[in-house]
Write a protein of this length. Structure first.
Ligand code: MG
Length: 486
């Protein structure tokens, strides 16, 4: 059984992973492949800002905003809400819309019935008219369905099928959505990658074909599925990108390797990378998404990384959003004393507690690295650009225990990433507030890793941090990994 923090971290990775894949693929959609690594440089069909996501994530968020309210996605009420959200999105906000989706959403307005009946009717009519409705537009928005009912395999499959059918009547579009949503559910609840897990949930007539298609794509070159506007080849390209870059070591780096491979598949790069990103995010969690991507990623409807995490975690919790992280307004507790202590090796890093967030102006910092859960109004800190305030999810439930890997599956990766965020900000000439909740545990550990990364000997780094911050937890697994690596 996964712990609550593992589940939350992995669920939080679903939308974040998808959005990052989308924004990474946007510049290369129907265009030349990246030279070297793909970067979120914007452009594409929007054209988009650097780091901005496209219709794939936008439509997923339409579904997510319904799921996060706890509405059952198989119920008429849930499907009506999704249908209304799609129509409203196309009317205002949509930056690019797939051909098939546009046709169905436009035709639906002339039909009668409830909102979801109008869409399903238009979708069925298009299929009857053309027989060509297996585009990848349903698959690309199905990830969130995988965490809307994590304990109910049948409901997940039914929801994936129903949400797909709103615009894509071809059974292959529904099947691909069922397979991907089930894979997301399995990744979040069991921490493994298994696209075949949903094979007995697809239409019986197609089960054998899907088994062959998955097998064909496993560990294959994603470029072999370049013609990926079709839902089958889009799924194959995404699965090939994931499986061909899996070294089987459980490393968080797989997420980045998989997304780079997805973009190199070519053609519908943002969609393939969005699909791949949702499953990689579900497997490795939000903590595996590197800082440079989390800083950049944003898009309709005015969301950034924290909002994606909030929606995903609320969806996982069945819509119970009130009063707990990440849906609370603020996590600041003014009973916690401020610190504001200069880092002993680099005084332009200010070590603090969560209460220091309220005095970024007087501390004269231009960037913030937060190591504890924040509320909706806490990020970005007052006067701070959203790109200059980064959150890290380092769990300190049992970081003092030497044997427990569970709460922080990629502790070394996260410490590295937090330290590199500090170096990025310093290279931009910014003074940085580095804070946890009390500044006693996570803050000194990241401060230590930063010092070591600057070339200070671990022993000297440890003693100077201990001296600067008396009364900290300068022991245990977090501290040891910060000093010496995993
Ligand atoms: Mg797109």
């Amino acid at each position: 059984m996964p712990t609550r923090s593992e589940l939350v971290n992995r669920a939080a990775g679903v939308l974040l992973g998808e959005a990052c894949g989308d924004a990474l693929g946007v510049p290369y959609e129907m265009a030349a492949p990246p030279v070297g690594e793909a970067v979120m440089k914007g452009g594409g069909l929007g054209p988009y800002d650097p780091g901005e996501w496209s219709d794939d994530t936008q439509m997923t968020l339409c579904v997510a905003q319904v799921a996060a309210r706890g509405l059952d996605l198989t119920s008429p009420r849930g499907l009506d809400a999704v249908a209304e959200a799609f129509v409203a999105w196309m009317g205002g906000g949509a930056t690019d819309v797939g051909t098939q989706t546009r046709t169905v959403l436009s035709d639906a307005s002339a039909r009668s019935g409830s909102p979801h009946q109008r869409l399903t009717g238009a979708s069925d009519a298009l299929h009857a008219r053309t027989g060509l409705t297996a585009g990848n537009g349903a698959l690309m928005r199905t990830s969130i369905v995988g965490i809307a009912a994590v304990d109910d395999r049948q409901n997940t499959a039914e929801a994936a099928r129903a949400v797909a059918r709103l615009t894509h009547a071809d059974p292959l579009a529904a099947d691909s959505s069922v397979l991907w949503s089930e894979a997301i559910r399995v990744a979040v609840t069991q921490g493994r990658l298994d696209l075949a897990a949903g094979l007995n949930l697809v239409s019986t007539t197609n089960e054998g074909r899907w088994r062959d298609w998955i097998e064909e794509a496993t560990a294959a070159d994603p470029g072999a599925f370049r013609d990926n506007g079709f839902t089958v080849t889009a799924l194959q390209a995404a699965w090939a990108a994931i499986t061909s870059t899996d070294r089987g070591d459980g490393s968080a780096m797989h997420l980045q390797r998989g997304l780079q491979a997805a973009v190199r598949a070519g053609h519908d790069t943002d969609t393939v990378a969005a699909i791949a990103g949702s499953l990689l995010g579900a497997r490795y969690g939000s903590s595996a998404v590197p800082t440079q991507w989390r800083r950049m990623v944003h898009g309709w409807p005015g969301f950034r990384a924290h909002d994606l995490v909030e929606l995903a975690v609320s969806t996982l919790g069945g819509g119970r959003r009130v009063g707990s992280w990440p849906s609370v307004e603020t996590m600041v507790d003014l009973g916690i004393p401020t610190l504001g202590i200069p880092h002993p090796i680099d005084p332009d890093i200010v070590l603090g507690s969560i209460s220091d967030l309220h005095r970024v102006a007087s501390l004269d910092v231009q960037a913030v690295v937060s190591l504890c859960p924040l509320g909706l109004t806490d990020i970005p800190a007052a006067g701070m650009s959203p790109r200059d305030h980064i959150e890290f999810w380092i769990n300190d439930d049992s970081t003092d225990s030497t044997d427990s890997e569970a709460p922080n599956p990629h502790l070394d990766f996260v410490l590295d990433d937090a330290s590199s965020a500090l170096r990025q900000f310093r290279a931009e000439g910014k003074r940085v507030l580095l804070h946890g909740r009390r500044g006693e545990h996570r803050t000194p550990a990241v401060a230590l890793r930063y010092a070591v990364d600057l070339g200070v000997a671990p022993e000297l780094a440890q003693s100077s941090i201990r001296e600067a911050l008396p009364g900290i937890w300068a022991e245990g697994r977090l501290w040891e990994v910060a000093a010496h690596g995993a």
